[in-house]
Design a protein around this ligand. Structure first.
Ligand SMILES: [Zn+2]
Length: 142
């Protein structure tokens, strides 16, 4: 299933598209909301991170100097490359001693390959160093 084929299906109905896109990924629609599909170009794919209990987003269109990832197009066993590295608070370079963060921050660094998340050892959460299945998108999360 190619992305262009998915877009065509999206025009025929939300539920059909959801079946094709699968249960793990969502794209970000024109309104900024998470969707299973849109009729327009898809610029990013989002997934649930079980370590952070929040959504992380892969931009897949190179524009405006933003980071850009490659996607294998497989919705059941997605792979994105290169790795995802998210830092916040005092783990952001240059903010190590910023009093605003009060000594708090974190890192989520992982490879998503063939539907498995391999968290790197520099991650600061409890799944650091572990590999887990990419979970389904939470049913109660919009
Ligand atoms: Zn995370």
């Amino acid at each position: 299933m190619t992305l262009s084929a998915v877009r065509k299906v999206a025009l025929s109905g939300f539920m059909d598209a959801m079946a094709l896109v699968g249960t793990k990924l969502r794209n970000i629609g024109p309104s900024g909301a998470y969707e299973v599909n849109t009729a327009g170009p898809i610029s990013a794919w989002a997934h649930w991170c079980p370590a952070c209990a929040e959504v992380h987003v892969y931009n897949v269109v190179r524009e405006g100097g933003r980071a850009c990832w490659g996607f294998n197009g497989n919705f059941e066993k997605p792979s994105f490359s290169p790795s995802m590295l998210i830092r916040w608070g005092n783990k952001v370079p240059g903010y190590e001693n910023n009093p605003h963060f009060n000594g708090e921050g974190g890192i989520c660094h992982y490879f998503l390959t063939d539907g498995r998340i391999s968290y790197c050892g520099d991650s600061t959460h409890e799944l650091s160093g572990q590999t887990v299945d990419l979970p389904d998108w939470p049913k109660d999360f919009l």
